[in-house]
Design a binder for this molecule. Structure first.
Ligand code: FAD
Length: 451
């Protein structure tokens, strides 16, 4: 067993851990990053599947994500815009297929007006929130003790408007059913992207990608850290006290002054902390869980939908694939569609055989884009729920009431133990940008503590 010494041990080589490590190095502190997997990047992963380059984890970058944009720039990575020329597709309840332009879904005029009104309500609630302290919102408790679904029911009698507004936050973001998280959690999701209007605007939120894949960010950060990053090193135990930490992994022991746990919070309790964590953390960590979504890639000889004047963008709360986009790679003649199957819909199709699931998902793409969509040359489903070191997608959120009850303590260090992950971010919550911000914030706290 290897034994190493450093100033700060970092657990997890996702963007949060690697961003913290980079900042600590810049401040002159020696670090060791212990990563459970045989690769860096965590929820960012670019894979070659049957000759196609696919981003099976996070990939999109939006203009407000300044921490991520700054990092991309500093690493010299290039970005490109998502293809979005032409008509979008919407499928109504009952199966009617409608092509439309712009962001407003083609719903009846009364529903459109009601959705606009609800957007203003949600924008106002989000504007009154500091994304770094959602629990301090003037209506925090009131909003956190009602599910988003029930809150919407109290706002409007228009079931169609409710169904569409909830799609943007439930299926598309938290990847949990709208009865399973609070209205405060929904307002926080909006505030963390600047506003509800930003969040529902795919032009904004799904703006650009990194050439070669967003995993290029953690790969480049890790390359600069060299052999300070140790792979295949799941951490099993942290002994901590006034004199520092001893971190025990499958690749040996690292001794340091402080440790940053940069893992998804649903996995925190897999580590044996000695002495055990305080009551508050024991409780807090039990109230966070990851959502579930299947990200599906279908690759074709060429982007056939473009020839029909379609953008590749599609939405329907009534389809198995609730949203889809053109996900063709930069300067690649092949065409790629990406679709998403969320929460209880994912449960339902995971109960089927792989072949039946594929047929159900491709049938949904055919509804949007026509028969050609049913015959991809490469087909791949990202299944983060089976990944031992993640266990869901995209990220973690609190159960009803959890955000106000525990949120303010989520980043509070326990002695020499600090916490960082996109799931604990304010701006950029659940996104790569937030992961970087939370890594930087933890590094700042550690630098202050070591001074
Ligand atoms: P992770 O990336 O989860 O990193 C944690 C690391 O800790 C992992 O490498 C893990 O292996 C390691 N680890 C866990 N346990 C241990 C242990 N005991 N010992 C050692 N190491 C351990 N975000 C966007 O901004 N845009 C998107 O388009 C987008 N789409 C997404 C699509 C999918 C399918 C998924 C899954 C996520 C998406 N996200 C997106 C979210 C984004 O990828 C994550 O929020 C972000 O990458 C999380 O970074 P992190 O460092 O906080 O956590």
């Amino acid at each position: 067993d290897e034994h190493r010494e450093c100033d700060v041990v970092i657990i997890g080589a996702g963007v949060a851990g690697l961003s913290a490590a980079t900042r600590l190095r810049e401040a002159g502190h020696e670090v060791v990053v212990l990563e459970a997997r045989d690769r860096v990047g965590g929820r960012l992963w670019t894979r070659e599947i049957d000759g196609a380059m696919l981003e099976i984890g996070g990939q999109w970058v939006s203009p407000d994500q300044s921490a991520l944009l700054e990092t991309i720039d500093a690493l010299g990575l290039e970005t490109f815009a998502r293809y979005r020329e032409g008509q979008n597709v919407y499928i109504a309840d009952g199966g009617e297929r409608v092509e439309f332009l712009g962001e407003q879904l083609p719903v009846p005029a009364e529903t459109e007006a009601e959705m606009e009104r609800l957007t203003v309500v949600l924008d106002e609630l989000a504007a009154a929130m500091d994304p770094d302290a959602p629990w301090a919102h003037p209506q925090a408790r009131e909003l956190d003790t009602v599910s988003f679904e029930e809150w919407l029911e109290a706002q409007t009698d228009d079931a169609l408007a409710r169904r569409h507004i909830s799609l943007f936050i439930a299926e598309a973001m938290l990847t949990k059913p709208a009865h399973a998280f609070s209205a405060l959690q929904a307002v926080f999701m909006a505030a963390s992207a600047g506003s509800f209007s930003n969040l529902v605007d795919s032009e904004f939120i799904l703006d650009r990608r990194v050439v070669g894949g967003l995993q290029g960010v953690p790969l480049a950060l890790a390359a600069a850290l060299g052999d300070r990053v140790v792979l295949d090193a799941p951490v099993r135990r942290i002994d901590h006290g006034a004199d520092g930490v001893t971190v025990v992994s499958d690749r040996g022991t690292v001794r340091g002054k402080r440790v940053i746990v940069a893992m998804p919070p649903n996995l925190f309790s897999r580590i044996d902390y000695q002495p055990p964590l305080p009551r508050r953390q024991h409780q807090l960590h039990q109230h966070l869980s990851l959502g579930l979504v299947i990200k599906v890639h279908a690759v074709y000889d060429r982007p056939f939908w473009r020839d029909k004047g379609l953008s590749g963008t599609a939405f329907s709360p009534y389809e198995l694939v609730h949203e889809a986009y053109d996900n063709s790679n930069h300067e690649d003649e092949k065409g790629t569609l990406v679709g998403f199957v969320s929460d209880e819909h994912a449960d339902e199709v995971f109960a089927l055989s792989a072949e039946e699931r594929k047929q159900r998902i491709l049938t949904s793409l055919v509804h949007y884009f026509g028969d050609e969509a049913g015959e991809p040359i490469v087909y791949f489903e990202s299944d983060w729920g089976t990944e031992e070191w993640t266990r869901g997608a995209y990220a973690a959120s609190y159960d009803l009431g959890g955000l106000t009850r525990y949120g303010a303590d989520q980043r509070t260090p326990v002695g020499p133990i600090h916490w960082a992950c996109s799931d604990f971010a304010g701006h950029g919550f659940q996104h790569v940008d937030g992961g970087i911000r939370s890594g930087w914030a933890a590094a700042k706290d550690v630098i202050a503590a070591l001074a």
